[in-house]
Design a protein. Structure first.
Lengths: 83, 166
């Protein structure tokens, strides 16, 4: 028998990015491991991440070349402006 | 009753001399009184202790103007779990760098009107240098790292996301 392993990744968008994309989250199923930048391309169709875009995996900041694992919660968002 | 979500309330060891430090990190979705919260936290965190000699606090409030435009209100969005994680890490770093006793961080989310408080950072220590420095550090680190975003509603009717922190 042959099993195809599928990873399920939750992707969140915040603030201006959420409005541009038109939704707050996606659940993506992928068959191969992905870097953050590849996940960005998959969800937006854009080849590269904007310079100012920030990313997090499981609520911690991460870089664009980090590999995403099954069950991870990934977030993309613009520069933060609290305080 | 203020709609308030209590997130973290935990004790940790600061050092063997200054006994324990208490921290509180709160995200609130309604108007809060920063002076009252600071007084309440001091009462509950000090428990009659009298070894603190300095309290430094910062209160950030909403301005009615930004980049030359009149701003009528703001909507503050955040990434809930990550916000608490980041604020806790920032407070950890302050405890590592300064001999502070207690720390309080309160941040508003949701709809905000001019003059309403957005953020309160307060730090207790034996001497003023640690309180001043840690308070400044907490505030600057919060602005750069905690995932909050401001949307402005301008007087002339349009809206815009604040793109960078000053």
């Amino acid at each position: 028998m042959c099993y195809i392993f599928t990873m399920s990744i939750k992707v969140l968008y915040f603030a201006s990015l959420r409005e541009e994309i038109g939704r707050g989250s996606d659940t993506i199923d992928v068959q191969e491991s992905l870097q953050i930048s590849q996940l960005w391309k998959k969800v937006t169709g854009q080849n590269s991440m904007p310079d100012t875009l920030l990313a997090a995996i499981n609520q911690e900041y991460t870089g664009s070349d980090t590999l995403v694992n099954d069950g991870d919660e990934v977030a993309f968002f613009p520069p933060v402006t609290g305080g | 009753m203020m709609a308030m979500r209590w997130r973290f309330f935990r004790q940790l060891q600061v050092d063997s001399e200054t006994t324990q430090g208490l921290r509180k990190i709160q995200i609130v979705d309604a108007v809060f009184d920063p002076w009252q919260l600071q007084q309440n936290f001091q009462n509950e965190s000090m428990q009659g202790r009298t070894d603190f000699g300095a309290v430094a606090s910062f209160i950030g409030t909403m301005r009615n103007f930004n980049e030359g435009d009149d701003v009528r209100s703001m909507e503050l969005e955040h990434y809930p779990l990550m916000t608490e994680n980041q604020l806790n890490q920032i407070v950890d770093e302050a405890y590592q760098q300064w001999p502070i006793q207690n720390a309080l961080v309160v941040h508003r989310v949701g709809k905000i009107l001019p003059a309403e408080p957005i953020v309160l950072v307060a730090v207790w220590s034996a001497h003023r240098a640690a309180a001043f420095d840690a308070c400044r550090f907490l505030m600057e680190a919060l602005k750069h790292r905690a995932p909050f975003w401001k949307k402005e509603f301008l007087k002339e009717g349009s809206t815009r996301w604040v793109e960078k922190n000053t």
